[in-house]
Design a protein around this ligand. Structure first.
Ligand code: SF4
Ligand code: SF4
Ligand code: FES
Length: 247
């Protein structure tokens, strides 16, 4: 017999002065292969058309549907209701600006973060469209691609103690971005230049290393390894700067 699911959903419209943060309860009969995205769509279509939540790809690719599911950040479209208890509590991701109900503005946060850590290849080489692309070693290209799989869903930031406490912390997604550029032979930044970007409390030294970020990352990025490598590299650059060794 199908389970009857209870959904406790956070409701609040920050644009409406009359709106007060509260939780609404909805009931739904569980269906085969039901995801939270399907459940929310059914609640919106059948019970409350004002329910606000984000989605786009419905396949774990765009990162739009991230929310806090029974206390843990995750993607609604990748979460099967059968993996959850009968009662499911859904909250918007913390840290990001609330748009309404379960919808948050991750885009503005990620744009600012990418600018802050200068998330692009730094090179003085001029692009020449007449020459062939430079080749990259396959194994290295794959290593870089592994880190490029981040979909900027914001789950790692929402789960991060430091990001919840301080607004200026760049979060695991940004540190992962820097780790990716450090690997890239086309990026001509020196260790000192990287240090200026992430060798601070807003960067790698603000990270407490408890790794909630890796636990919740829906793309299973190797954040633990990358944060460790970055911490060691930036620590070593700090020592070299202190003793005026070349960096
Ligand atoms: S390991 Fe660092 S980045 Fe990851 S959740 Fe903890 S403090 Fe945040
Ligand atoms: S690192 Fe993982 S959890 Fe963080 S934004 Fe990227 S995909 Fe989402
Ligand atoms: S809707 Fe795109 S990741 Fe869920």
């Amino acid at each position: 017999m199908a389970r009857k699911l209870t959904f406790n959903i956070f409701r609040y419209n920050p644009q409406d002065p009359e709106s007060v943060p509260h939780s609404d309860t909805f009931y739904l009969e569980e269906a085969e292969r039901m995801t939270l995205y399907i459940a929310l769509t059914r609640i919106m279509e059948e019970q409350d058309p004002s329910l606000t939540f984000d989605f786009c790809c419905r396949a774990g690719i765009c990162g739009a549907c991230a929310m806090v599911i029974n206390g843990r950040p995750g993607l609604a479209c990748k979460t099967l209701t059968k993996e959850q208890p009968d009662e499911i509590t859904l909250m918007p991701l913390p840290v990001f600006k609330l748009v309404g109900d379960l919808s948050v503005d991750t885009g503005t946060w990620f744009r600012a973060m990418n600018e802050k850590v200068e998330s692009w290849v730094h090179t003085d080489k001029k692009m020449d469209p007449t020459v062939q692309e430079e080749r990259m070693d396959n194994a290295l290209a794959e290593e870089i691609y592994e880190l490029e799989r981040c979909v900027e869903c914001g789950c790692c930031v929402a789960a991060c103690g430091t990001a919840n406490m301080r607004e200026d912390f760049v979060g695991a997604a940004a540190l992962n971005r820097i780790a990716r550029f450090l690997m890239d032979p086309r990026d001509e930044r020196s260790e000192k230049e990287y240090f200026e970007v992430v060798g601070t409390d807003e960067g790698i030294f603000g990270c407490m290393g408890l790794l909630a970020c890796e636990d919740v990352c829906p793309k299973e990025l190797p954040l633990q390894d990358q944060l460790g490598i970055l911490r060691r590299k930036m620590g070593w650059t700090a020592v070299k700067q202190l003793f005026r060794l070349s960096a």
